[in-house]
Design a protein around this ligand. Structure first.
Ligand code: KIV
Length: 272
């Protein structure tokens, strides 16, 4: 189903008021052309710092810079017109202080034209979320598995397996919601936990490896299209682009080597 464009881009508030309603649909994008396609279908597009892993082949998102986020955020804004565009604040650009976070968020918003930023962390980031939202920056939270903390949490692991961890994640969810975030991503937590959080907080929860009970779902586009070499268990495959690319490239190679390409249709003729 493709959505109608009513001449206005969705805002953070349009997402916030969808709490408990029809599921919110989101995907990541880092390019103008994929953004143009998914814009017709989703409610928000996340320019995630996963671009470091997906586009640049990095092992983690830690080396991603603010300039990388701004460059790809701008491309996504250029390609889309309807969906809210949310841009991730990368590791090192916001944790030091609320003022540092505001400086980074303001750059991202001014230089891309996006409608919101996302940052990772619960209780420890509550003061920053409040500081930003009070100064005109719509913030999406991100709790559970927070990939920027991969070195302190000991890997890309499911979170909330025991009671103590569940209590901490619940406290994170409450802190993010009370600090003024308009929505929060819950990544890779045990299913009943995401369901409980969704029932308890007043803002939409966006699940990724979390629960069908969340108010919305997000996936990394390249993961669901079959373009990423390694995908987590929570990804459902909706395509096999890597196979299609392999097939196309192999046909092209064959055609060039046999001189079947370029053919009559692919060359320019003189006027006379
Ligand atoms: O960076 C990203 O793509 C994300 C999603 C996995 C939610 O944060």
């Amino acid at each position: 189903m493709s959505l109608e464009f009513n001449g206005r881009r969705l805002t953070a508030n349009d997402i916030r008021v969808r709490k408990g309603g029809e599921p919110i649909v989101a995907l990541t994008s880092y390019h103008a052309h994929t953004a143009a396609i998914i814009d017709r279908h989703v409610d928000f597009i996340l320019v995630g710092d996963t671009l470091g892993m997906v586009m640049h082949g990095l092992e983690t998102t830690l080396p991603v810079t603010l300039d990388m986020m701004i460059l790809q955020g701008l491309a996504v804004i250029r390609g889309s017109k309807r969906a809210l565009v949310v841009v991730d604040l990368p590791f090192g650009s916001y944790e030091e202080s609320p003022a540092a976070a505001f400086h980074s968020a303001a750059r991202v918003m001014k230089e891309t034209g996006c409608g919101a930023v996302k940052l990772e962390g619960g209780t420890r980031m509550a003061e920053t979320i409040r500081f930003l939202t009070e100064r005109g920056v719509p913030v999406m939270g991100h709790i559970g598995l927070t990939p920027q903390s991969v070195n302190t949490i000991g890997g890309f692991r499911v979170q909330g397996r025991d009671e103590a961890a569940q209590a901490a994640i619940k406290a994170d969810a409450k802190a993010v919601a009370e600090a003024g975030a308009f929505a929060m991503v819950i990544e890779a937590v045990v299913e009943p936990l995401a369901k409980e959080i969704t029932a308890e907080v007043a803002i939409p929860t966006i699940g990724i490896g979390a629960s069908p009970a969340c108010d919305g779902q997000i996936l990394v586009l390249e993961d669901m299209l079959g373009l990423s070499p390694n995908v987590p268990k929570f990804v459902k495959s909706y395509g096999s682009l890597a196979d299609h690319i392999e097939e196309a490239v192999s046909s092209y190679t064959r055609d060039v080597r046999s001189r079947a390409f370029p053919g009559e249709a692919n060359v320019y003729k003189p006027k006379s």
